[in-house]
Design a protein around this ligand. Sequence first.
Ligand code: SAM
Length: 385
Amino acid sequence: MDSKLGMLLQSLSLRLNDSFVSGEVTIANSQGKRKLTVHPVWDTDRFRVQVQGKSPQEGAADEIIGEIISVIGEKDDFLLVFVDRTSELTMERRRGKVSTRISDKKRLDADQDHVSYEPAGGTRQQFVNVREAADLFRAVGIMSEDGQVKGDKRRKLYQVDRFIELVAQMLDNWPEGRELTILDCGCGKSYLSFALNYYIHEKLRKPCYFIGIDNNEKVVAASRAIQEKLMYRNMEFVVSDVKDYKPGRKVDMVLSLHACDTATDMALALGVDLGSKYIVAVPCCQSSLNDEIDFGSLAPIAAYNVFKTRLADTITDGLRSLGLEAYGYRVSVAEYVSPLDTPKNIMLRAEYTGKTNAVRTYAELKEKLGIVPWLDRLLEARRSD
Ligand SMILES: C[S@@+](CC[C@H](N)C(=O)[O-])C[C@H]1O[C@@H](n2cnc3c(N)ncnc32)[C@H](O)[C@@H]1O
């Protein structure tokens, strides 16, 4: 066989074997008539190959390459197209000459590459290119079939987009080629995980694996259905309470976006317990400490219910941040979107450094406020399990 063709088929075999990529292959003859199609078999490392005129068969990537070699023969013209998440690889033999090209899949108008849209308070250029990732955003239901971002999903898109932008900044120093495992706690329908998976794998070109957990069976089933539609094989979704979850692999980043009340603390405790390098949380509704905090000299202000709730929210998130510092993380706190988009707009970003400078301050503050934060309670429960 032509040595160039041999090398190209070898690289195709590697691509088929890449568990992150879901690729389909078609081969046609010079008249455009299909001679072979290959589809991945969901949830396995195998492929279903259909050679024209034969019954379909299943096989591993190497066996599939064997079938491809026998179909293209020694001399005949052929056109082979391999399509994965974002690119299209074409190999052609025409009058004995082999050529190849690779192109980005742009299913939608190329001159509308980036959609800008209006979060509360102004227009913003999107971080993740919705048009380039149209398959993804359609599958998760953020974009309609005709390629428009749905009106009631704009805020969600904005929040997910900002979340990804801020997470991406944390990954600058992630070692080249090392797989990053991300655990999304209270994943819901997993908009965030799907979009972040797309961004890290396709744009940052970093190998990654996602685990989404939620205690609601329906949203886990919905996430699995989207996963199958997208053929994103580097993901798994598990029905579990965050409190009880024990992963079967090393986790590098724990995320939670609007996990309800103490589920945020469960995610933080899980991240600390697992020694996760990164923890990123956007807390949601929180009321667990409202009636436990000793407001001390601020009690006359906390006598007004609205102020009490706001003070308690701030103290709860402040203690979460300080707690993470005490457990060895460097923490930054930001308003990740405008409060007009969602009042639950505080993002805690933590990276493990091993320095525990805040231990004393944290202990003293807890004593003053007369409380044991949920992070501590849940971490202790995990560690004594
Ligand atoms: C407001 S939704 C957010 C979903 C998703 N993170 C998002 O931003 O689209 C909160 C999710 O957390 C899940 N959840 C709440 N408490 C949980 C717990 N203790 N363990 C697992 N999942 C939990 C709920 O079932 C729900 O799907």
